[in-house]
Design a protein around this ligand. Structure first.
Ligand code: HGY
Ligand code: MN
Ligand code: MN
Length: 413
């Protein structure tokens, strides 16, 4: 079996490590998160790396340079998922790093830098709402108030750490010494239709759209569905629906993206007027200033609707990641490698968020996108081909050797 086939077979194996009876879910600090890490750690060791968990629950493998004081290139992505996920979002990038090292190890190739492969623990932020927790931790940007975030069952992040055998007070020790970092590379499925439309297996990411996430709460008055006249109601769900419609209109008018992915109404009886509604909001744009202006417009709409209907509202921010530019030098290395493989180079922005956003605060970052069928992602129909996976591995390997070459030229100059 060749490396691309083995990589995809390993994605199938990890897909079976799930917290759901049917479908894939691996959330932060759950048994399935740790089980997946241990499986990946075994593959890292089989590829010739030594492997360890860090204090934030990320899994690492190191292919060391002979020079103990060498700098480090990190290649990785995330092993956590959204609920009912596909097999490749994140996972592909971690396993590609392992295949790259396995090839180097088998051919006894020595690098002038340490090559670390990382499987981040919580890029999606599904369980606790805040995203990029594992990568923020290694970038030294852990926020202490995250410790008190709670999941759907009211379990705090610190309790979840303890249940999984981690001490959240030690999470700051996961931070890397950024002076040692050459950079961070991430292979990731495109999660969009552009490469398929251009009939290209891979593309170079120029930047990542910034994202902000919120929990919006509308509070009215619960009441009997049969006895309260329509003009005397303070119906939280109807008010929320009006706000959600306004969110869509504002996003379309301002050419950004805004999504309400989750909504819940209390008390939840079919014959009870909802007294409280909570819903999520995810707003993104390549232009942080435009995104933030639209968020203010959304808040204004929320205020106007609630005042008119006599309801109260709260807006809690749960995640913010600034738009990120990828490193020009790395983009050129990836572009040259793609050309050497005989393909046109297409550069594109990522609308999806990635761990590279968190790493960008401490080192240069670059991303290589790989085509996925119909651009489908965050869905069981996520699909890639062995051929495209093989191209991605070849491009990464060519890019790695080009980096070695550019560093040796730098050292000689
Ligand atoms: O939400 C995102 O963009 C990513 O998939 N976490
Ligand atoms: Mn995702
Ligand atoms: Mn992802």
């Amino acid at each position: 079996m060749d490396q691309a086939e083995r990589l995809l077979q390993r994605c199938d194996e990890l897909a079976r490590v799930s917290g759901l009876e049917s479908g894939i879910l691996r959330a932060y600090m759950t048994p399935e998160h740790l089980r997946a890490n241990r499986i990946v750690s075994g593959w890292m060791q089989a590829a010739g790396m030594h492997s360890w968990f860090d204090q934030a629950g990320n899994i690492w493998g190191r292919y060391p340079s002979a020079d103990a004081k060498a700098k480090t290139l990190i290649i990785g992505s995330h092993l956590d998922t959204v609920p009912n996920a596909g097999k490749y979002d994140g996972i592909l990038g971690v396993l590609a790093g392992i295949e790259l090292v396995d090839d180097l190890n088998k051919n006894q190739v020595q690098l002038p830098f340490h090559l670390d492969v990382v499987g981040f623990a919580d890029e999606e932020g599904y369980r606790f709402g805040a995203a990029l927790l594992g990568s923020h931790a290694i970038a030294g940007n852990w926020k202490p108030d995250w410790n008190q975030l709670t999941d759907r069952n009211g379990i705090t992040l610190s309790a979840a750490f303890a249940e999984s055998g981690f001490d959240i007070e030690a999470v700051a020790d996961a931070a890397l010494d950024s002076s040692n970092l050459l950079g961070y590379w991430e292979l990731h499925i495109e999660q969009g239709p552009v490469l398929e439309d251009l009939n290209l297996p891979v593309g170079v990411v120029t930047g990542i759209a910034g994202a902000r996430r919120f929990e919006l709460i509308v509070t009215g008055q619960a009441g009997h569905a049969g006895t309260v006249p329509m003009d005397l109601r303070q119906d939280a769900l109807v008010a929320a629906a009006e706000v959600i419609q306004a969110i869509e209109t504002l996003a379309v008018e301002n050419k950004i993206v805004a999504t309400v992915g989750r909504i819940s109404a209390k008390p939840g009886g079919v014959n009870v007027i909802p007294g409280e509604v909570r819903f999520s909001l995810d707003v993104r744009s390549e232009n942080d200033q435009l995104r933030d202006r639209v968020i203010v417009m959304i808040e204004d709409q929320m205020k106007a609707v609630c005042e008119r209907r006599g309801l109260r509202y709260q807006i809690e921010e749960t995640h913010a990641a600034a738009a990120v530019r990828c490193d020009e030098g790395f983009m050129n290395i990836f572009s040259t490698a793609i050309k050497a493989c005989g393909y046109d180079v297409h550069r594109l922005v990522s609308g999806a968020g990635h761990d590279a956003m968190a790493l960008a605060s401490v080192c240069k970052v670059a991303m290589l996108f790989m085509r996925c069928k119909k651009g489908i992602s965050h869905h069981p129909d996520e699909s890639v081909t062995v051929a495209d996976t093989a191209v991605s591995l070849t491009v990464l390997k060519q890019a790695l050797f080009a980096l070695v070459e550019s560093l040796s030229i730098e050292a000689r100059s």
